[in-house]
Design a protein around this ligand. Structure first.
Ligand code: NAD
Length: 246
């Protein structure tokens, strides 16, 4: 059994919870961070022995507290999965500044803050970062101005992290999931969008939480020890086709 420790943000449900379960099955000790304390309490028993971190990734003091909790509980951190995210669906002219900021605060600031706070522990363990962006960060489409821009920034942030941290043996990679039927996605995916995705994706279907989780677990594992600075689309082939969405 590995004694390595993974901190997964946004772990109370969806892709984050699936990843926590898969990585625990691979032998990782798990810390589950989420600001939704009710959902976190429901999720925690599904990952026996995991530590709950009831914090908000967009708040610097709470992020510092989370890292301090991890150090107190485990004394180390080997992998940080920056998965917490919020969705937004709106055109440029209807995206007021507060709405823009709300998306950036979690999707971009949260990745920056958590990564920065984790770096001392990751350097000590020669660990890794996996950032969860989106196909919306790879390809523009209407109505995704804030969400898509936040995810494109996470892609670039990953490359910056890989460039800076490689000399310390710390790897940084990024997963761009295609559509997955989580609470986040289904709040904004109309039937028209669901149908369009089915048509545009070569595998003709949504992905599952576990299919994204397996890709994350691989990048965190020693099997990926020579992989850093990479952007992996786990998207059923969507990004490779160039077919547009409404
Ligand atoms: P989800 O809504 O099921 O889970 C997201 C979790 O993040 C929730 O538990 C939520 O409480 C938590 N969270 C949100 N903001 C937070 C904050 N500021 N601090 C702490 N926790 C916070 O969504 P999901 O689909 O599992 O999304 C996980 C990641 O995958 C997100 O980054 C999302 O953008 C990305 N993604 C999802 C899809 C999809 O189709 N589901 C596609 C591409 C990318």
């Amino acid at each position: 059994m590995s004694s390595k420790v993974a901190l997964i943000t946004g772990a109370a449900r969806g892709i984050g919870l699936a990843t926590a379960k898969l990585m625990q099955a691979d032998g990782w000790q798990i810390a589950m961070l989420d600001r939704d304390t009710d959902e976190l309490a429901i999720a925690l028993p599904q990952v026996p022995g995991a530590v709950a971190l009831p914090y908000d990734v967009s708040q610097p003091d709470q992020v510092d507290q989370a890292m301090s909790d991890v150090f107190d509980q485990f004394g180390r951190l080997d992998a940080l999965v920056n998965n917490a995210g919020v969705a937004d669906f709106g055109p440029i002219e209807q995206t007021d500044f507060q709405r823009w900021r709300t998306v950036m605060e979690t999707n971009l600031d949260g990745v920056f803050l958590c990564s920065q706070a984790a770096i001392p522990m990751l350097k000590a363990s020669r660990g890794c970062l996996v950032n969860i962006a989106s196909i919306s960060g790879l390809r523009a489409s209407t109505l995704r101005v804030a969400y898509g821009t936040s995810k494109a920034a996470v892609i670039q942030l990953t490359k910056q992290q890989a460039a800076e941290l490689g000399e310390f043996g710390v790897r940084a990679n990024c997963i761009c999931p295609g559509p997955v039927r989580t609470k986040l996605a289904m709040a904004v995916h109309s039937q028209e969008i669901i149908d369009a995705y089915h048509d545009a994706i070569p595998l003709n279907r949504y992905g599952s939480e576990a299919e994204i989780g397996h890709a994350i677990a691989f990048l965190c594992s020693q099997k990926a020890s020579y992989i850093t600075g990479q952007i992996l689309a786990a998207d059923g082939g969507f990004d490779s086709t160039g077919v547009g969405l409404p």
